[in-house]
Design a protein around this ligand. Structure first.
Ligand code: CTP
Ligand code: MG
Length: 247
């Protein structure tokens, strides 16, 4: 686990332009979290998941631009929520676009709003609200050092099996080469643009799209703290993580 000192990190960030733009898809409904506001606007220890995520993004070395995809009915509310983050990181341009009906469409909408001067683009789910700046920087660094596409991964801890239509287990999968994929995922800008332009079907992540056009995707170690908040138990776990001093 990493300790996030947002005041120190934001100060270090001020005054530099950055080579990294971060797209934050935040337009999902949060159906699996149960009834309530769109997921990115749910509260975790008094702050929305989106603001938790964006605070950590702007505290990352090299980030100069953030584009958030908001639910179409919440664009103004999201823009207002981000005012406090803008004030804390004046060197970072933070904008909001209308998201789409799929995550992929939301990413494409945000990508279209990125100024061309940013050679590195990261895509980071608002739902991974606690992803620390160290993880975000690790991904950006790998792209800076020459990888066209980068994903953070963790080993798979559960035994994984295939089941048939009747619910019968038909074979345990060897998990030694399996990895769970997190965000942020990082790309050379032109690679991500080409992957989205070539997309014909819907993918749950951007590295999957890049693979489709033959891009080699490299991995870096992920971080347990960057868990995706999907179900109510994940929210409880995130609260516990914050209560233990990981901000
Ligand atoms: N997302 C998005 N636009 C969509 C769907 C998802 O920007 N049309 C974003 C979510 O806001 C989230 C990320 O993509 O930050 C990952 O999606 P997921 O965890 O599935 O979130 P939701 O789609 O909101 O949740 P659910 O599938 O339970 O409705
Ligand atoms: Mg979803």
């Amino acid at each position: 686990m990493t300790h996030f000192d947002k005041d120190r990190d934001v100060t270090a960030q001020q005054g530099m332009c950055g080579d990294v733009a971060v797209l934050v898809p935040a337009a999902g409904a949060g159906t699996r979290l149960g009834p309530g506001a769109p997921k990115a606007l749910r509260l975790l220890c008094g702050e929305t998941l989106l603001v938790h995520a964006v605070r950590r993004v702007v505290a990352t070395f090299g980030v100069g631009c953030v584009v958030v995809s908001a639910p179409s009915t919440e664009v103004r509310a999201v823009d207002r929520l981000l005012e406090a983050v803008r004030a804390s990181a004046p060197a970072v341009g933070i904008s909001v676009v209308v998201g789409g009906t799929t995550r992929q469409a939301s990413v494409a909408a945000a990508l279209a709003a990125v100024p061309s001067r940013f050679p590195i683009v990261l895509v980071h789910d608002a739902a991974r609200a606690l992803a620390p700046p160290e993880l975000i920087e690790r991904v950006a660094d790998a792209v800076r050092n020459g990888s066209p596409a980068v994903i953070p991964v963790l080993p798979v801890i559960d035994t994984i099996t295939r089941v048939d239509d009747l619910g019968v287990a038909v074979g345990t999968v060897d998990r030694s080469s399996l990895r769970a994929v997190q965000t942020p995922q990082g790309f050379r800008r032109e690679i991500l643009v080409a992957a989205h332009e070539a997309a014909v079907d819907d993918h749950t992540d951007d590295a999957g799209l890049a693979e489709k056009i033959g891009v080699v995707v490299h991995t870096v170690p992920g971080d347990e703290v960057a868990l995706k908040i999907t179900r109510p138990l994940d929210l409880a776990l995130a609260e516990m993580i914050l209560a233990r001093g990981v901000r």
